[in-house]
Design a protein around this ligand. Structure first.
Ligand code: PEP
Length: 252
């Protein structure tokens, strides 16, 4: 049995002054929902105050990125060890980072390894663009991102990661993938690829989330699919009531 997981990706939103009231508005509601791993991923600047608010709550914290080197002359970057001071999770390979910051599968692979080395759980994002989708290339794109992103990992490491299938065209667009299409990629492509590379036991243990315009109204549809183990939520994670509705749906 895989424990459902819902992570809120706040992206570049909320100052510390804005982040704390948002956490306060959802904290007791989140705590009251059992059997779901609940993760908040605010921007770097809010990690420290939010981690203090979450202390002892059972709600976990994630960063939205890190750099693979351990330390040194990398101005503006943050290491896995630094993230681990506050967080249990880190989102890696988000399509916005691939698109705007030229992140490559090879670089994402190095970040995955750096995260695992310090005991962080990476949430590794994969997903095709609209052009790739319309060209019928979803299978090839997702398989390549997965193969290169997880290159060199052993089975023991792979069971510690979480994968998020986020079709790029569904992110922030209000145009969510249908539950059937999401499930076909998550079960038929991602879990199948994990099975052929790492064996059935690993494939059955890894949690795979759907992300892309998930909201309070459509979340339950995704969670009704046996292969979908939760959601990575962007816009709707900035609204306390809506995020709670999504997490509740994952617990039901
Ligand atoms: C995301 O940023 O990971 C995401 C899924 O965004 P949204 O829910 O807003 O589509």
């Amino acid at each position: 049995m895989r424990t459902p997981l819902v992570a809120g990706n706040w992206k570049m939103n909320k100052t510390v002054e804005q982040a704390c009231p948002l956490v306060a508005a959802m904290l007791s509601g989140l705590q009251a929902i059992p059997n779901v791993e609940r993760v908040l991923c605010p921007p770097f600047t809010a990690l420290m105050p939010v981690s203090a608010m979450l202390d002892g709550s059972g709600i976990q914290l994630g960063a939205q990125n890190l750099f693979w080197e351990a330390s040194g002359a990398y101005t503006g970057e943050i290491s896995a060890e630094m993230v681990k001071e506050f967080c249990q999770f880190v989102i890696l390979g988000h399509s916005e980072r691939r698109q705007y910051f030229n992140e490559t599968d090879e670089g994402i692979n190095r970040k995955v390894k750096a995260s695992l080395e310090v005991g962080l759980t990476p949430i590794v994002c994969v997903g095709e663009t609209l052009t790739e989708n319309e060209a019928g290339e979803t299978f090839q794109v997702v398989t390549r991102q997965l193969r290169l992103g997880l290159q060199g990992l052993n089975a023991e490491q792979v069971v510690r990661i979480v994968i998020a299938y986020e079709p790029v065209w569904a992110i922030g667009s209000g145009r969510a993938a249908s539950k059937e299409d999401a499930s076909a990629v998550i079960g038929g492509v991602i879990r199948a690829a994990l099975k052929s590379s790492f064996g059935n036991e690993v494939a059955e243990a890894v949690r795979i989330l759907y992300g892309g315009s998930v909201n309070g109204d459509n979340a339950a549809e995704y969670f009704s699919q046996p292969d979908i183990d939760g959601a990575l939520v962007g816009g709707a994670s900035l609204k306390a009531e809506e995020f709670l509705q999504i997490v509740k749906a994952a617990g039901e």
